[in-house]
Design a protein around this ligand. Sequence first.
Ligand code: KIV
Ligand code: ZN
Length: 519
Amino acid sequence: MSKNIIKIFDTTLRDGEQSPGASMNTEEKIQIAAQLERLGVDIIEAGFAAASPGDFDAIEKIAQRVKNSTICSLARAIDSDVKAAGDAIANANMKRIHTFIATSKIHMEYKLKMTPDEVIRRAVRAVEYARTFVDDVEFSCEDAGRSDIGFMKEISDAVIEAGASTINLPDTVGFRLPFEIGAMVKEMSEYVKGRAIISVHNHNDLGLGVANSLEAVMNGARQVECTINGLGERAGNAALEEIVMALKTRSDVFSEFDTNINTKEIYPSSRLIASITGIEPQPNKAIVGKNAFAHESGIHQDGMLKHKETYEIIRPEDIGLDMKDTLVLGKHSGRAAFKDKLSKLGFTLDDEALNTSFERFKILADRKKEIYDDDLRALVTNEMTSAPKVFELVSLQLMDCSNGVPSAAVSIKKDDNEIIDASIGEGTIDAIFKTIDRISGYAGKLEDYKVKSVSEGKDALASVTVKVSFNDNEPAIIGHGLNIDTMLASARAYIGALNSYLSMEGKLKSRYSDSSKTV
Ligand code: KIV
Ligand code: ZN
């Protein structure tokens, strides 16, 4: 029996980016989109093109690069938004415009200040205009979870007539319970039957995003919108990995359904997004949390040793998690072995990126005896997702702080000039960051600092993540640094945040100076 394919619509790059502190630079977004394509996502919502020139640029680049997933841009039901979306995805192999307007009484009355008839007219106009750019148009009834179903039928008739082929019913505020979502989806699917696909987009304010999405599938939804690691506005969106693995693991219940997802790419996707956003899934998070496959109690361990299925419903390898920390390469490994290993880890690098990563690998191999898969993943991800290097660390010298005055001398390259300066600080990190501020002329405010080791051993790579605010009116920017030496990794992370900020400056300015441009 051929199965019904549930389309997976990933909105990590749009709704996920609306998670506080999850702003990403263009290079990071491109790498995430490439990983989502490997994962087998049907539709990638690459952003909200009208939000800023930076958002537009990232969507345009993703549209040029990704070939096997549909690239979608969000647009409010406004001509200028629809045009920006259409222009940004113009070069995509497969493209979709996703336009929306609120349909709940509370949103129409207080937010839009529009009558239901005006809302229908705006929606129809947006869909008709979107169809002049693309054949594939999705329409969302924002706050569908609290909208009148009669009104949603009326607006759906109108937008389907205007050319929409997907009707999305978001539970925007995560208010609904599974049986309510099930009833809404059933009634709407039966109503639009054969004329459009019903999609759901469930927020997780009551922790029900995934349960609501599965109930929707049972009741006729054929597209599910979700994000990796459940990122998203407020409490986030339904997590892609949980929906997909529930459908697969409980194929006895969901026997009619399947997805196009290559589940072995779930873990690499989760790690990539966690390292780019600096937002780690909670340790006990289903599927991708650090403890999701850890068996602590003696009774469980005993059962696992006797027969894995006593306590394991998902095999770690099915999500691409290799439980063995594989030793990969050493300092005598050549370029070919390095390239081969990277392709096994899912990285395809162009010649330039391969050369730089190989150089970094050689430097690391000189100092670290054993290099593991995780070291390589971290190294290459760090290389591939850095913003253009306006400032580049040349050297760092830390002065003797035994007299109680920590100080740092830093040398930084900018436009082929090397600038050296020094400063004292409250501690070593403070001294390093103050010196970088003096050289760059940007006064960053450190909001968060995290260090963790990438693999094990005293010579493990330190991975430092900083969150730095360069302007009080804009969100803080994440920076990453990687080195065996924690202080060098810290300096790199801080400079990385600064470079990222500079690459997004225009985008942040236009986005945060006009609050109407946020969704
Ligand atoms: O939550 C929501 O309603 C949205 C829409 C823009 C689809 O994100
Ligand atoms: Zn949303």
